[in-house]
Design a protein around this ligand. Sequence first.
Ligand code: ADP
Ligand code: AMP
Length: 217
Amino acid sequence: MELVLLGPPGSGKGTQAKLLAARFGVPHISTGDIFRKNLSEGTDLGQLARRYMDEGTLVPDDVTEAMVRERLRETDAQKGFILDGFPRNLAQGEHFDAMLSEEGRTLTAVIYLAVDRAVLMSRLTGRRVCPKCGATYHLEFNPPKAIGVCDVCGAELVQRPDDSEGTVSTRLAVYDAETAPLATYYQKSGRLREFDGDQPVDQVTRAIVESVAGTDD
Ligand code: ADP
Ligand code: AMP
């Protein structure tokens, strides 16, 4: 199962990727999560990515592509992957196709999560994440059982610095300018499957699973 999740920030890619990864027994690979891990560990890659992440723009393609190539070569990714946040522009999409064909791999599908623009801002500003295990919540739409505490590991939840209103606006504009053209790119090659991301989480998951189960190569 080799899936790419595509959609604007806040469309539910991370939420669905975790559920699909568990369902299909393949790793959830989020480029944003890898950058954030490097940032918190103070690596050179983290230092490099910081400025772009803080302002809500894209980390340079060569850095991101090399990071994904390395991650996909790890043992757990040999049986498949759920990619979340990559590719993020046409250049990355074309590079990724070349990378896959070099490695003799084929995408099962590209899952596009469509969500109204008005919904995205409230999803992102209300998002809270667990800094320890990566679980994602929403103050209103998906609250933890105890306020501010992760259901999974008990750590204190935090707000991502780039989920402030100003940075969210930049990220949505970057999505429109750079990432949205990828939907057409994948549609032209018959790989895009569109889903209504503005339904309850379990309904979105069910629709995706029904669509891709059985089409695995
Ligand atoms: P992305 O990875 O695409 O940026 P997330 O999966 O982190 O998006 O979801 C953004 C926010 O919206 C989170 O707070 C999450 O809990 C919430 N969310 C995700 N899917 C849904 C849904 N189907 N309905 C309501 N809220 C959702
Ligand atoms: P995300 O967690 O997907 O919302 O990504 C958070 C931030 O990480 C983005 O705003 C970018 O700065 C950076 N990032 C994540 N994925 C990519 C990518 N594929 N290309 C460039 N930058 C990325």
